[in-house]
Write a protein that binds this ligand. Structure first.
Ligand code: FAD
Ligand code: NAD
Ligand code: FES
Length: 331
């Protein structure tokens, strides 16, 4: 905070590198939260070091794009299950996106355009610069040797499970992966799961592979194979249904909650979620306590209700954005 006013370029650079090191040297969350605030405040200095430049962009399916972004901090520290909070433009809102892969100074995200900010991001091109990126955030997935692991990805959730499944395989587990989408054209990243011990591809319309949802495929799979733990990531309704199935067979199942987020550092309360275990009922903050929780204990009704709470404002924001930029059906 001592650089409020007009910090010189040198001072900004020094303060940025101090902040970056301090965030990763401390285990004390409270300290890192304050430092994170500072990091956001002093964004122009950080920007010099972490340009958040889009270095590649690829269309994976209708309205779904992969981006590689230059940011050495995220690239070198991210672990499976973590996410970034991105602000696409100076006046934009902050949206959470999972880190699908890292390589050197780069990190990869896969984004599906469903509202104003994701549409805005998907209109960006190579060499464009994102206003800011904060991360890596959230607790990493608990990767260890479990034995037989079932990993399920629905729609754009397939990108979220990719680094988790890879890390679980590397840790010596026997991996069954189920990926599913409405139709073959939306079944993204399928070639990247060839490392799995068993890969089931499902489409709702039967255009390729198993005909049915990932939940139907999950029910089939658990008839013939016993699992020690599972992951399921995708739309909230899919994660809820997977959790119900897991509950019936007493299978621990991690879901990655896609709650509304604002700061991403545990201070605003925007992502609060009710988690009910047998012993307790607790409010958890998805950004710092998650994003992964055992889906069997998530209070899905209140979670899904909170997701809906700004629907009208979200609809208007997208409508206004389209008025400004023109038709986006080509995305
Ligand atoms: P909003 O203005 O917030 O509007 C979204 C609207 O779309 C809502 O009205 C909602 O009801 C509706 N909607 C929800 N699902 C669908 C759907 N399937 N089709 C059509 N409409 C729908 N998203 C990604 O694409 N990739 C990721 O890697 C990713 N990772 C995430 C990680 C975390 C930790 C969290 C919390 C979320 C993640 N999300 C990811 C979700 C992403 O953050 C949201 O999609 C985004 O914030 C939406 O912002 P928006 O302004 O574009 O849409
Ligand atoms: P989608 O609606 O196309 O569904 C993908 C698949 O999920 C379907 O093909 C089906 O197999 C399964 N599914 C969906 N609804 C189901 C139902 N009612 N019953 C049984 N199975 C069902 O998915 P999409 O459009 O790619 O999803 C986008 C959503 O995913 C957004 O809401 C976004 O917020 C969320 N998301 C979550 C995360 C996360 O970290 N949890 C990450 C990325 C995206
Ligand atoms: Fe603000 Fe989690 S996003 S507390």
């Amino acid at each position: 905070m001592m650089f409020i006013g007009r910090p010189s370029r040198l001072l900004k650079t020094i303060s940025s590198s101090f902040v970056v090191k301090a965030i990763y040297r401390t285990e004390e969350l409270q300290v890192s939260r304050y430092l994170m605030l500072f990091y956001v405040f002093d964004q122009k200095g950080v920007w010099m070091m972490y340009p958040n430049k889009i270095v590649s962009k690829k269309r994976l399916a209708k309205s779904t794009y992969e981006f590689w972004i230059e940011n050495a901090l995220v690239g070198s520290h991210a672990r499976p299950g973590q996410f970034v909070v991105v602000r696409v433009s100076e006046k934009g809102e902050r949206i959470p996106l999972t880190i699908a892969e890292t390589k050197g100074d780069l990190f990869r995200i896969v984004v599906k355009a469903i509202g104003k900010s994701t549409y805005e991001l998907c209109t960006k091109s190579v060499d464009d610069i994102l206003a800011d990126v904060v991360g890596p955030l959230g607790k990493p997935s608990e990767i260890k040797q479990y034995g037989n692991v079932l990993v399920i990805g629905g729609g754009v959730g397939i990108a979220v499970i990719l680094p988790i499944a890879k890390a679980l395989k590397k840790a010596g587990n026997n991996i069954t992966v189920i990926i599913g989408a409405k139709t073959l054209d939306e079944l993204i990243l399928k070639d990247e799961f060839m490392f799995a011990d068993k890969l089931v591809m499902a489409t709702d319309d039967g255009s390729s592979g198993y005909k049915g949802t990932v939940i139907d495929a999950m029910k089939e799979q658990i008839k013939t194979q016993k699992y020690d733990v599972a992951w399921a990531v995708g739309p909230a309704i899919m994660m809820k249904l997977a959790s119900n199935v897991a509950n019936e067979i007493n299978l621990p199942l991690w879901v990655s909650l896609n709650s509304i987020m604002i700061d991403g550092t545990g201070m605003c309360g925007g992502c609060r979620t009710l988690v009910k275990t047998q012993e307790s009922e607790e409010i958890k903050y998805v950004c710092v306590d998650g994003p992964e929780f055992d889906g069997r204990y998530v209070d899905w009704d209140s979670f899904m209700k909170r997701l809906e709470q700004y629907r009208e404002q979200e609809r208007l924001a997208l409508e206004n954005f389209i008025k400004q930029v023109g038709d986006l059906s080509w995305l």
